[in-house]
Ligand binder design. Structure first.
Ligand code: GDG
Length: 725
């Protein structure tokens, strides 16, 4: 049976050695509890670093043995790997860049090399245990290269990736020297999840600009393989936090803490030591609050917990000193014998203590400059069994997208934070309850189990989509079938689209004229008297007449407006009106004047707005505006608006490649029929073909065609094979 493998930098445990004694403490973190329901089952497992560098083989063997019983498998890292891959590239390069602290980012070749090496190490470890068909769920920024590495080793695996920290805007991400490698690494996954829609669209924008892959509704076509990106915000184990908040031990602790702290209002702040968390700003805002509202002196305290982290690193050491100084200054200036403004703890607490703090806090203040999600604010909400309490939350935390009932602040705006503190401390109870209830019902519903289910469902969905396509990819069997049918037929009808089908798509369409290879193919294909070849293209009739003048073939131009049989004259199918063109052209001209680089192409019965030379992103934006504008205008005009590759074409709805192709199908009955095309205008032709026809779509998106083929190179290969028979 296929299994699921969770992969993260750290295993969900704490490993300590003292002499020959080894203790393993399971982690209480949200992810560990949530994913417990997956990795503890059957053959499933969790692969990751156990958290310390072990040198002795005997120790490693012992760890392997002990972890095996808990469905875990360690990846051992050396001290130098920890220094360069983990503390270096992960925490000093990626972390600051992804949190928009580029001034702190360090670019070192040594770090990058170690990052690649350790990702490889993880990949090898997974190869040992994974089989085709297994699901591999990779977590976070330390392992961005891993999806691609596993894809290469085990192509048939289901790979999911979730990023727990923000994905920065393209403008920040592009600064990284290894940006393209990192993106390609992630794109090895089938499904890539982010906390927020903003993270997802930043990722897709980088993929578009740096790797050249566009997307439709979050689906990226990576060389014929579909990859899905989506926003699925991570939740917490709501019932667990609500349960602990009601536990006797928690209530007992609350009583004790309350007795020693006094009865004043409490504001709670919990973070790991990090410059992204906005801790000094929060303290400054509290200082300003005490200055501006002296009536609150002696009546409110902050309970500030900072969990130690990386404090041997200079940047963190400096931050810690800054915080220590600020706390000292504020307590020194405002404190009284019977009142301490800031209760400050630089250490971690057991879960029951944390829960007691959540219960005691009238207000929770969470003010990061950037945070992927932030679970503390969700835990606070789940712990408020009396439904009272106020959350002050930075709009830069992913959680703010779900918690609009919090008081949202910009952590750079000190005055706004001061006002927020005042509003929170004076908020009437009914209002607190009203907001808290909304937030509780949302956090309860979108909990960690919901998040996991959704992740797995989205992964399964994209795998299914891929398989729908996979069945269509043209293989040796299909090619043989086509050749056999071609060979035995006395009459053959072959429809070939031009751009993107028998010739690659060119940035400048003028470069797209037939090359020598194509000329040779056309010559020999049309020389065979059994073949009737029809070029069926969106191009104008004059260009096509010129390019194909030397061959006995038929041409359908402008998506079916103009038709010409070999030796005959150009004609149209119906009497078409082009009176609409004047009005629509005026609209298009307005778009040209607003969009540098775009231009209008005038065809006999259609107008085309081209934007391939427009700044990336702007063209797409204008297209959305233009198409909705045109859809509105075209309602009574019997027109259709078609979006193509960097073009928007407007033409009469009485025309399409399918209607045109039908004229040939009726007139030239044939035993062998084949239609090859690459974009959605060719879909009309595919749909018009009889069942027995071989319809082939170039490129990997969904299609009405029977088969898909990778590129024009393969199309030429297929045509050559036919000619040789
Ligand atoms: C990443 C992203 C994203 C804190 N102090 C103590 C303690 N904690 C627990 C909290 C909470 C967890 O640590 C911190 O969660 P965060 O969400 O704030 O941040 P991280 O997990 O460090 O980092 C973040 C998250 O991934 C999930 O995707 O939300 O944005 O940076 O659960 O309760 N736990 C105990 N004692 C403490 O003193 N026991």
């Amino acid at each position: 049976m296929p299994k699921t493998i969770i992969v993260s930098n750290r295993l969900p445990l704490r490993l300590q050695t003292e002499g020959s004694k080894m203790t393993l403490t399971p982690s209480e973190g949200g992810l560990a509890t949530g994913l417990g329901s997956i990795y503890k089952k059957g053959d499933n497992l969790w692969v990751g670093w156990p958290g310390i560098a072990l040198k002795k083989d005997a120790e490693k063997q012992e760890v392997i043995k002990r972890l095996k019983a808990d469905n875990m498998r360690p990846v051992f890292l050396t001290e130098s790997e920890i220094e360069n891959y983990y503390e270096g590239f992960s925490n000093e390069t990626l972390w600051p860049n992804f949190h928009y602290f580029n001034q702190y980012a360090i670019y070192k070749k040594r770090y990058w090399e170690a990052y690649q090496k350790v990702n490889q190490k993880f990949a090898r470890e997974i190869k040992e245990v994974a089989k085709p068909g297994d699901t591999i769920w990779i977590h976070d920024y330390q392992l961005l290269l891993l999806p691609e590495m596993i894809r290469e080793m085990i192509p048939d695996s289901n790979i999911g990736f979730f990023l727990h920290i923000p994905f920065p805007s393209y403008e920040s991400f592009r600064i990284l020297p290894w940006r393209r490698e990192l993106l390609m690494g992630m794109l090895g996954a089938d499904f890539i999840g982010f906390h927020t829609y903003d993270d997802m669209r930043h990722f897709l924008s980088s993929v578009n600009r740096l790797a050249g892959f566009g997307n439709a509704q979050g689906q990226v076509n990576v060389k014929g393989r579909k990859v899905l990106a989506d926003a699925i915000p991570m939740g917490i184990d709501y019932d667990k936090y609500a349960g602990i908040a009601a536990a006797p031990e928690t209530l007992d602790r609350e009583k004790r803490y309350r007795a020693s702290i006094g009865n004043q209002q409490l504001i709670l702040s919990i973070d790991r030591l990090d410059y992204s968390k906005g801790i000094p700003q929060r303290l400054k805002a509290f200082e300003l609050f005490l200055e501006q509202y002296p009536e609150f002196n002696g009546k409110v305290s902050i309970l500030m917990i900072i969990v130690p982290s990386r404090d041997q690193v200079d940047r963190y050491k400096a931050l810690k000193e800054e915080i220590d100084l600020l706390v000292g200054r504020i307590n020194g200036q405002f404190g009284r014998l019977n009142w301490t403004p800031i209760h400050y703890f630089y250490r971690s607490f057991p879960l029951n203590a944390l829960s007691a703090f959540y219960r005691m806090a009238d207000v929770a203040i969470v003010t990061p400059f950037r945070d992927g999600m932030n679970l503390v604010c969700k835990e606070y909400i789940a712990s408020r069994l009396d439904r009272k309490g106020v959350l002050i939350l930075s709009e830069m935390a992913g959680a703010s997208k779900e918690l609009s009932d919090a008081i949202l602040i910009n952590p750079n705006n000190l005055n706004q934070m001061v006002d927020a503190i005042h509003e929170a401390l004076t908020m009437p109870e009914e209002k607190q309850i009203k907001h808290m209830e909304v937030m509780q019902s949302s956090i309860k519903r979108y909990n960690i189990h919901h998040w996991m289910d959704l992740f797995m469902k989205r992964l399964a969905y994209i795998k299914k989509e891929q398989q729908n396509l996979v069945t269509k990819i043209i293989d040796e069997v299909a090619i043989k079938k086509i050749i056999t049918s071609y060979k035995s037929a006395q009459k053959r009808l072959i429809f070939l689209d031009y751009d993107g089908t028998i010739t690659p798509f060119f940035f400048d369409p003028k470069e797209a004229m037939p090359d020598d290879e194509l000329k040779a193919i056309m010559k020999s294909l049309t020389a065979n008297k059994k073949n009737r070849v029809v070029i069926i293209s969106g191009r104008d009739k004059d260009t096509l007449s010129e390019w194909f003048a030397d061959y006995p073939l038929d041409i359908i131009a402008e998506h079916g407006v103009w038709l010409k049989e070999m030796g005959g004259e150009w004609h149209t199918i119906t009497t078409l009106s082009d009176k609409w063109k004047r009005d629509i052209k005026e609209v298009l001209e307005d778009y040209v004047s607003r969009t540098p680089g775009s231009f209008i192409e005038k065809k006999d019965y259609s107008l085309v707005w081209h934007y391939r030379k427009v700044e990336t992103g702007l063209g797409e934006l204008r297209t959305r505006e233009l198409t909705s504008h045109l859809h509105y205008l075209s309602v009574n005009k019997n027109l259709q608006v078609m979006e193509g590759d960097k073009v928007v074409e407007i033409k009469s709805s009485q025309i399409n490649k399918g209607i045109a192709a039908k004229a040939w199908l009726t007139k030239f009955e044939s035993e062998f029929i084949m239609s090859i095309g690459d974009d959605w205008t060719d879909e009309d032709a595919f749909l018009a073909m009889p069942k027995k026809a071989f319809t082939i779509k170039v490129g990997g998106t969904r299609s009405a065609a029977k088969y898909s083929i990778a590129s024009p190179i393969e199309v030429r290969g297929l045509l050559k094979k036919l000619m040789r028979t």
